[in-house]
Design a protein around this ligand. Structure first.
Ligand code: N01
Length: 479
């Protein structure tokens, strides 16, 4: 009998899992989605200028080529449109239960009892597809509740609020802020950008695809695949060595400094925008319109420390900036994997308890004591240089390879000694990477443990996830 599979989340990960089950003829799955529509992060992040800084021919499923991309780096509506296209083409939408939030998942010795807003149901397999960046992080600044204007997080954009002629504050200058600031600056009377730490920024070589190029992508055999492969190899061959402090680290820094010099003529502003930590330690911003926006006469970059939010604006150590709108581009609760769901394993332990020192999972997918549970885009599978969709496909392939092993001898879980060895290998690989020292970032916990990023080449990750599940997994007895 085909296993009953519960998939949590209808974003890139959950949809990929559903599609691969459909393609394998396994229809006994349900996708639980807390929102009223699919798309995950590409549904939630609809701020002006939202887009992907990985070209979409690579930031898409390898099995679903798409000749409709209008440019190399399309914006959010096109990426969401691609996901809708995939859901419809593979007919998985009918299996999504929208507005159904999974609150709790308990392993009862044989099955996962999944409690949603609608009740409790048993499943054989649980696949978590909620990603790392699904819960906005609001900062903890005194006085935020007293602000009398309009305020919202970048991932919860208030499209009803017209920014034309407003005095706007944007707190944060990460990838989201860098994309939305140029658009906000075009409308606002004045924009105050509150920067706590400067980021390294490199250009985004965007280009529109004309009708002929799109026709060629559609009709020339192998062209899309070759283009995808070229983008992949370039990212792997040049950016990964910079993050692992290899041959291209100097090149990345030079490229970013040249970009800054070319786009910001004012030496005082340039100095504010120059980081003092190695490039790649925090996510490198890939954008060509961010710096020019900061040089506009109606934009000021504020680096004074924020003291509090008042009813009328933002007070810093050097004075008050009166504004009527505050955009919190302050990132996500990235290290709290799977929260706020309560997940209870074989021995009554919750994942939260198990992960008290930071989340970890074998291949970023499996946790000892949590049989038949698999994560997509789980701990240590984020990338700073290549497409997460590549990683998700590796993970889904791994889950598909595990499914035939769930039969006679009962649920399977990764062996504790395999997990321990995995952790040692990760720690050793992490020592090479640039993320450890010199900066704070969403890649790591407050204690400094990098729980989010994959420290190796993605080719290695593909090889490791493609290995047969045994002997790393063991059956825990009849289900
Ligand atoms: O969030 P972030 P993001 N007072 O965490 C600042 C992906 N993404 O939404 O650096 C003042 O990077 C914080 O300051 P600091 C991508 O992987 C991808 O921008 O901590 N400032 C920082 O500047 C990205 O990395 C695309 O000192 C405060 C900012 O808020 C990830 O999402 C597009 C503060 C948070 O930056 C997250 O990006 C967009 C405080 N109290 C996003 N608290 C693509 O194109 C926080 N900050 C694929």
């Amino acid at each position: 009998m085909a296993p009953r599979v519960a998939i949590v989340g209808a974003g890139f990960g959950g949809l990929c899992m559903a599609i691969q089950l459909e393609r394998a003829g396994i229809r006994s799955y349900t996708v639980f989605e807390k929102a009223g529509d699919l798309g995950g992060t590409w549904r939630d992040n609809s701020y002006p200028g939202a887009g992907c800084d990985i070209p979409s021919h690579l930031y898409s499923y390898s099995f679903e080529k798409y000749a409709s991309w209008t440019r190399r780096y399309p914006e959010q509506p096109e990426i969401l449109g691609y996901l809708e296209h995939c859901a419809d083409k593979y007919d998985v939408r009918r299996k999504i239960r929208f507005r159904t939030e999974v609150r709790r998942a308990v392993f009862d010795g044989a099955h996962w009892q999944i409690t949603t807003t609608d009740g409790t149901e048993a499943f054989d397999v649980l696949v978590m597809g909620v990603g790392q960046l699904n819960r906005p992080r609001m900062p903890d600044i005194p006085g935020m509740a007293e602000f009398e204007g309009v305020s919202f997080h970048s991932a919860r954009w208030d499209h009803e609020h017209d920014l034309t002629g407003r005095r706007v504050a944007v707190i944060g200058n990460g990838s989201s802020a860098a994309q939305l600031i140029p658009r906000v600056a075009e409308r606002a009377e004045h924009l105050h950008v509150f920067q706590r730490t400067p980021n390294w920024v490199i250009p985004k070589p965007d280009a529109a695809f004309g009708p002929l190029t799109r026709l060629a992508f559609h009709y020339v055999p192998g062209l899309q695949r070759a283009y995808r492969e070229w983008i992949y190899r370039y990212a792997e061959g040049t950016l990964y060595p910079a993050l692992s402090q290899g041959w291209s680290v100097g090149l990345l820094k030079q490229r970013a400094l040249r970009h800054l010099r070319d786009q910001v003529p004012d030496p005082a502003l340039r100095s504010k925008l120059t980081p003092d930590y190695p490039p790649g330690c925090k996510r490198v911003v890939i954008d060509s319109s961010f710096y020019p926006a900061l040089t506009r006469p109606n934009v000021s970059v504020v680096t004074d420390k924020i003291v509090r939010v008042t009813s009328k604006g933002i007070e810093t150590t050097e004075g008050t900036h009166e504004v009527d709108t505050i955009v919190y581009a302050t990132g996500f609760r990235s290290t709290e994997f799977l929260a706020p769901m309560e997940v209870v394993g074989r021995e009554g332990q919750t994942l939260e308890e198990r992960w008290a020192d930071g989340a970890e999972a074998y291949l970023g997918i499996s946790v000892p004591g949590f049989p038949n549970m698999f994560m997509l885009y789980g701990p240590n599978t984020n990338l700073g240089h290549n497409s997460i969709i590549f990683m998700i496909e590796c993970q889904v392939n791994h889950v598909m390879a595990c499914l035939p092993h769930l039969g006679g001898s009962g649920p399977i879980e990764v062996r504790p000694e395999v997990m321990a060895a995995w952790r040692r290998q990760l720690d050793a690989a992490m020592d090479r990477m640039v993320w450890g020292a010199g900066c704070q970032s969403w890649y790591k916990t407050a204690s400094g443990r990098v729980t989010n990023n994959w420290p190796g080449p993605t080719t290695l990750y593909r090889r490791l996830t493609a290995r047969p599940p045994r002997p790393a997994y063991r059956a825990i007895g009849p289900g």
